[in-house]
Design a protein around this ligand. Structure first.
Ligand SMILES: Cc1cc2nc3c(=O)[nH]c(=O)nc-3n(C[C@H](O)[C@H](O)[C@H](O)COP(=O)(O)OP(=O)(O)OC[C@H]3O[C@@H](n4cnc5c(N)ncnc54)[C@H](O)[C@@H]3O)c2cc1C
Length: 392
């Protein structure tokens, strides 16, 4: 049996980065993934580094918006984590943080932006409201229909195909044992240790992290636990390469849109449009199969992009893809130690590309015994009632 200080199940951005931060502090870490590192949502996503409160938090009433605003404290940390990531890894990850605009087209959306920015500023985020003319001065590609925008000087994007892989390599250099293509089949609690079994090997450690994205609920079930993370299939689109014209991250406060231009010139267009997940023989969502593109999602996603930046209409779409991510029962991520199961940590849900390195750094810090209050807003304890009759 291979013994470590920490076993990490799931080699997405959260798992790889937690391994890296722990290994840098000298911990013995083993990281297992059923496929290759970064092949889940961490390698399929849009690469947006969005620090403004997301539209999905704003559309479900004031109570959720108020609660979600507290995530701005984590966004502030994420700004600093992303700013130093390339230097820390000594690798080019195509990170740009040239600023982001969350645009509005109607008076109602402008009012929503104003309320959002008040909440963000109260949490220490430096977003500001600008009118349509100032938005077009910063971003001349924006349509005349844009009447205001929330401007964040730090937003941007990174290449999702590079980031997780680079961090996995750094974790291995710092001593992490990497086990790709090793699907965890069972997790047992034996005294103070957790024993993880794959088809070929057994591993033991006193602390484990389950960071399995959309698969988290299945893996937590191995410990007879409920973790309310649900899979969702999303759509992304890429245009042909064009001359650099969109240096910002562009989002919309009232419609689903995220848009950016990659290092190589392609425009990536998404924003949370659904795709249709396949079902397995038992009628459950088949998480290892790519979801199907929903035609109306594709059409409506491009419609918003063209309304916001009319030049998109002149550029050819070359590719659409889908990916599966996880969303929690209350939309906020679930990150922390499970109260009923000391030593067992979970991390997943939400926009964990933007917040992934920060979650990882804070988990590593907490696992090493240095308590950090920043994770309280996302702690799994808020779902403890689901586990009153569960556990080992
Ligand atoms: C299309 C799309 C666009 C998105 N855009 C953005 C964005 O622009 N910005 C943003 O912040 N977020 C975005 N997200 C969300 C973001 O990608 C995810 O929140 C984040 O990548 C999750 O990382 P993770 O490490 O939690 O999980 P994942 O990257 O999904 O990794 C989980 C890993 O667990 C492994 N695993 C599962 N079961 C087992 C098992 N039994 N044994 C071993 N390993 C197992 C899987 O193989 C996988 O590699 C997007 C998601 C999608 C799908």
């Amino acid at each position: 049996m291979r013994k470590s200080d920490v076993l990490i199940v799931g080699g997405g951005l959260i798992g790889c980065a937690t391994a890296w931060y722990l290994a840098r502090e000298g911990a013995k870490v083993t990281l297992l993934d059923s496929g290759d590192f970064g092949m889940g949502a961490s390698g399929q996503n849009a690469g947006s580094l969005h620090f403004q409160l997301e539209r999905r938090f704003l559309e479900n009433g004031d109570a959720l918006a108020e609660q979600a605003a507290r995530i701005a404290a984590l966004s502030r940390l994420a700004i600093s984590d992303w700013s130093s990531l390339e230097a820390d890894l000594a690798t080019d990850l195509h990170i740009t943080m040239n600023g982001g605009l969350m645009v509005a087209e109607t008076a109602e959306e402008c009012a929503l932006l104003e309320r959002k920015i008040t909440r963000e500023n109260a949490e220490g985020l430096q977003t500001r409201m600008i009118d349509g003319d100032e938005a077009r001065q910063i971003a001349p590609y924006l349509s005349e229909a844009i009447c205001a925008a929330g401007y964040s000087p730090d937003e941007g994007h990174a290449d999702a195909r590079l980031v997780t892989h680079a961090i996995a390599i750094a974790a291995a250099k710092d001593g992490t044992v990497l086990r790709p293509r090793c699907r965890v089949q069972s997790i047992e609690k034996a005294g103070r240790k957790y024993v993880i079994s794959t088809a070929e090997e057994q591993f033991a450690a006193s602390q484990i992290l389950i960071a399995c994205g959309a698969w988290t609920a299945h893996v937590a079930a191995m410990l007879n636990l409920h973790i309310p993370l649900f899979p969702v299939g999303l759509l992304m689109n890429a245009t042909e390469r064009v001359a650099q014209a969109v240096p910002h991250l562009v989002q919309h406060v009232g419609r689903r849109l995220s848009m950016k231009q990659t290092h190589s010139g392609n425009l990536l267009i998404g924003g949370g449009w659904p795709s249709r997940m396949a079902l397995d023989a038992e009628g459950r969502f088949a998480l290892y199969r790519p979801p199907a593109v929903i035609e109306s999602s594709l059409r409506d996603n491009l419609r918003v992009a063209i309304d916001v930046a009319p030049m998109i209409a002149t550029i050819s779409l070359i590719r659409s893809w889908t990916g599966i991510t996880a969303i929690s029962a209350d939309q906020l991520p679930i990150v922390g130690e499970i109260p009923a199961m000391p030593g067992c940590w979970v991390a997943g849900g939400g926009s964990a590309f933007t917040l992934g390195p920060t979650f990882a750094r804070l988990i590593a810090q907490s696992m090493s015994g240095r308590k950090c209050g920043e994770l309280e807003i996302v702690a799994p304890s808020r779902f403890s009632h689901l586990n009153s009759f569960m556990g080992q």
